[in-house]
Design a protein around this ligand. Structure first.
Ligand SMILES: [Mn+2]
Length: 362
């Protein structure tokens, strides 16, 4: 009987079947292992980098580095970094050497989500996004689009290798998965749930609570108010235009809030941050394919990608003048309505300031 092809290496040599074995085998010759992720790293990318670094350190005894691309500004994410004492090297200050192995997590090459300069080639890509990245020639690829979180995949590697998890790592992995599965309907696979079950007893519930309830700056509430006042409903779609995002991750917080509105199935936030329009999308519809929808809408204007019910993107603005932004907004609105097959119509406000004041006086 023929051996299963997965058991045979290209040269007829027997290669290990477990993915974690293959991942580690390819790192034997590396001097250092550096982990990279997407811009504005989120809990899933932070937890994934930590988990894989721990795996590499305990099994191979290699030196590891975790990097940060862009800023971490969301209050919960900053609390995670501080409370779990995550040591991150800004990507632009990393010096690359011969023999460094680079592992990319929660993201794929050439998807416009990195400021990764030319450096050593990637050894591995470990991800769960359905954004098609440039994976050619990368020795180790584990992209599982059915998974809710990259942290779940990393947890499965740690379980396979029988690695003991310190509380701070279990907390990071748990929070990474939890944040990815927080929407409704859930985008989770059985592997995500079994990882959560495995991690929960090991995680610090006290630290988790402190991260989840991180204190918020005043700008957060100002932004939410502005977002609500500039939210327009078009049939089953709501679009919120924010002229000034104090930090890019707020676009996602706006749509997480708006998607709970009972009269819509799609929530979009487009906010100006520096010289970019930051887009975030949520859907409550079955088979929404939000990532694909947003990619189609953004087209050549910028970059976009995501999952079935959540997506994000950026559009570089040539000018941040009010008229240039308005023009981009009306183009986006037209494209969104077309993509979601909604007839051109005048949007009506979710909340109107005038009516609110009248109600107060009444
Ligand atoms: Mn993720």
């Amino acid at each position: 009987m023929a051996r299963r092809s997965a058991d045979s290496g290209v040269n007829g040599k027997i290669s290990p079947t477990r993915r974690s074995d293959r991942f580690l085998a390819g790192l034997k010759e590396a001097s250092t292992v550096t982990f990279v992720s997407h811009v504005h790293p989120d809990p899933d990318s932070l937890g994934s980098m930590m988990g894989l670094a721990h795996l590499v350190e305990t099994t191979l005894g290699k030196r590891t580095r975790l990097t940060r691309d862009g800023l971490i500004s969301r209050a919960e994410n900053r609390a995670m970094v501080e409370l779990l004492d995550i040591d991150l090297v800004p990507i632009e200050t990393v010096s690359w050497h011969e023999g460094d192995a680079i592992v990319m997590v929660d993201s794929q090459p050439n998807t416009g989500r990195h400021n990764l300069g030319p450096c050593c080639p990637l050894y591995a890509v470990i991800d769960h996004h359905d954004t098609p990245g440039d994976l050619e020639g990368i020795p180790f690829v584990d992209v599982r689009r059915s998974l809710g979180a990259t942290c779940s995949l990393v947890t499965s590697y740690l379980i396979e290798q029988n690695i003991e998890l310190p509380p701070r790592l279990a907390t990071a992995l748990f929070y990474g998965i939890e944040t990815e599965l927080s929407g409704y309907p859930r985008e989770a696979s059985p592997l995500d749930d079994s990882a959560l079950l495995y991690l929960y007893p090991l995680a610090s519930k006290d630290l988790l609570a402190r991260i989840r309830n991180a204190r918020l700056p005043q700008s957060h509430f100002e932004c939410i108010l502005q977002a609500l006042q500039s939210s327009f409903i078009y049939d089953r779609l709501i679009i919120s235009w924010v002229n000034e995002l104090p930090q890019p991750e707020l676009a996602a917080e706006v749509v997480d809030f708006l998607i709970r509105f009972e009269e819509i199935d799609w929530a979009v936030c487009a906010g100006v941050y520096e010289d970019k329009l930051i887009l975030s999308v949520r859907s409550a519809a079955e088979n929404a394919r939000a990532g694909e929808m947003l990619r189609q809408v953004v087209g050549k204007l910028g970059r976009a990608g995501g999952h079935d019910r959540r997506a994000g993107g950026t559009i570089p603005l040539l000018s941040t003048s009010a008229s240039a932004i308005e023009q981009m907004q009306s183009e986006l609105r037209r494209r969104l309505l077309k993509a979601l097959r909604i007839d051109e119509c005048r949007g009506h406000r979710l909340v109107s300031r005038k009516e609110m004041l009248q109600n107060l006086q009444a």
